[in-house]
Design a protein around this ligand. Structure first.
Ligand SMILES: NC(=O)c1ccc[n+]([C@@H]2O[C@H](COP(=O)([O-])OP(=O)(O)OC[C@H]3O[C@@H](n4cnc5c(N)ncnc54)[C@H](OP(=O)(O)O)[C@@H]3O)[C@@H](O)[C@H]2O)c1
Length: 287
């Protein structure tokens, strides 16, 4: 929403009344309430819907798969069916639908999710494809600063490094992270193009969680003495983790002619944005 506030009307549907100190038009409600969601979307009649709401805690989804399904499948189905035919439906999808046995997965690779979260988000993709001809399903893995209401994982990592708290960076768990501003910037260009369908949109570089933490520390000038290298095998997590969640954004790059950033260049934009208000972090995305 912060990126899209450039003259067009943007309405947020959220269970909170405000978002990140932005002067935004919000309609407050629970997206799990099918009747409310269908009525509200019918009244607003949006030409574009960007569906970001989900149950995102991978371990909570594993413990409560029926709830994960209600959020990530049921809610998506209701929303996708509520929009007018022809409206553009954008679904923020996940890299967590692959089994993690090979790097740089493409859109042609067959998903095989290991977790309840991954399965539910993959079923969400199916709901979007079935209900909306005009859709973008964009699989990603992003990081950023929060809007202020709750902490993101990158924020947590930055804080732990800053305070010198002991933390473990996994050396055997890979991903292709992209700074959320870089992601949104490119997503908006994709939305404005004639390209539709399923896309991978991530950073260009596959890094381990440990490498990511080391690079964040390097860019932010934070000490790394408290950062220990470890294995995800030793973490007590409810959900199994695919070891390699990296995605190839080659299709996106080939069709749009837009490069995706490497890890360090994204972090160099992320770190200074820490002290900028949300409304200013997306200035580039509006350009
Ligand atoms: N972070 C990533 O790297 C990543 C990777 C791939 C895909 N995604 C997708 O990107 C989207 C955003 O994820 P995120 O990581 O940014 O997590 P997030 O901040 O927790 O975003 C999810 C949002 O959905 C809202 N929501 C959930 N249930 C709702 C309901 N019943 N009614 C109204 N609002 C509801 C949450 O509100 P509350 O804060 O009140 O819970 C939260 O604002 C999700 O669809 C996720 O699957 C994220």
């Amino acid at each position: 929403m912060a990126a899209a506030l450039d003259g067009q009307r943007v309405i947020g549907l959220d269970r909170h009344s405000a978002w990140g100190g932005l002067d935004t038009e919000m309609i407050q409600g629970d997206l799990l309430d099918d009747g409310w969601l269908t009525r509200t979307v019918g009244q607003v009649a949006p030409s574009v819907v960007v569906h970001c709401a989900a149950m995102v805690d991978v371990d909570a989804c594993e413990r409560q798969p029926a709830l994960a399904e209600a959020y990530n499948v049921g809610m998506t189905r209701t929303l996708a069916r509520a929009v007018s035919p022809g409206a553009l439906f954008v679904y923020i999808a996940t890299d967590g639908i692959f089994d993690g046995r090979a790097p740089y997965r493409t859109e042609a690779d067959v998903p095989r999710p290991l977790t309840a979260y991954g399965r539910s988000k993959l079923c969400g993709e199916h709901e979007v494809r079935t209900a909306c001809g005009n859709h973008l399903i964009v699989r990603t893995n992003f990081y950023g600063w929060s809007s202020g209401r709750k902490k993101t994982s990158a924020e947590w990592l930055y804080g732990a490094l800053d305070r010198g708290e002991p933390i473990t960076g996994f050396t055997d768990f890979y991903f292709t992270p992209i700074y959320v501003v870089d992601f949104v910037n490119r997503l908006r260009r994709l939305m404005a193009s004639s390209h539709r369908g399923t896309f991978h949109l991530c950073g260009s570089e596959r890094v381990s969680k440990h490498q990511f933490a080391m690079r964040l520390a390097e860019v932010a000038g934070l000490p790394t003495a408290s950062l220990r290298a470890g294995s995800i095998e030793d973490a007590q997590l409810a959900a199994p983790r695919p070891r390699d969640m990296s995605l190839s954004s080659r299709r996106f790059t080939a069709l749009t002619d837009l490069e995706v950033p490497d890890c360090l260049s994204g972090l160099r934009r992320f770190v200074p944005d820490r002290i900028r208000p949300l409304s200013e972090r997306f200035v580039d995305a509006r350009g």
